[in-house]
Design a protein. Structure first.
Length: 80
């Protein structure tokens, strides 16, 4: 999940500077957009809905934040 937001933010950074993103970043962004847009627990093991469920997150709310472009803070869980 975190990777999708980091890719999105990197992609938006290029756009904000008026620079074209590298092709690998465009490809990853396209894949992430499809993944986040998926609404069902498809047959893939790590579908967006499944990952949200494991993390106890509401898929609709996460999707809304992702698509809005708003920044998100990530917190590391304490080890132990």
């Amino acid at each position: 999940m975190r990777d999708a937001f980091e890719v999105r933010d990197l992609f938006l950074g290029y756009a904000a500077r008026g620079q074209p993103p590298p092709s690998w970043l465009r490809q990853q962004m396209d894949q992430d957009l499809l993944w986040v847009a998926s609404t069902e627990e498809e047959q893939e093991r790590f579908s967006f809905v499944t990952v949200c469920g494991v993390l106890d997150l509401d898929p609709g709310q996460v999707r809304s934040v992702y698509q809005s472009g708003r920044s998100v803070r990530f917190f590391e869980r304490p080890k132990g």
